[in-house]
Design a protein around this ligand. Sequence first.
Ligand SMILES: [Zn+2]
Length: 123
Amino acid sequence: MIEKAKINKEILNTFLEFCKLFHPRENIMLIRGKIKGKIAEVKEFLIPPLSTYGEYFSSFPVFMLPLDLSIIGIAHSHPSGEATPSLEDLNNFYGKIMIITCYPYENIWIYDSKAKKIPFEII
Ligand SMILES: [Zn+2]
């Protein structure tokens, strides 16, 4: 179980910029990083292969994901302004952490697969 996350400020800002650019559509990106014990470190956000961007849940076929153990989760935006993970988000949970941002894309929330908030540090 992940108890804490770390994220680089510049990388975080890049993700938020992408979300602003996609608004009012949802942006979805893969999280590349490292898990060390109970700490998740976010290193990079990647554009998923064959992604489809919708007004509601952005999805892509999970089998298309690269077999890459450095993908530790999925990050996406909620144009609605509500940061709570939806049922679909939890059903489509991939990896160890889920990052959600919402309009106006100034902040993020990190969750585990049980929708529990994971505290994080911006480094
Ligand atoms: Zn969502």
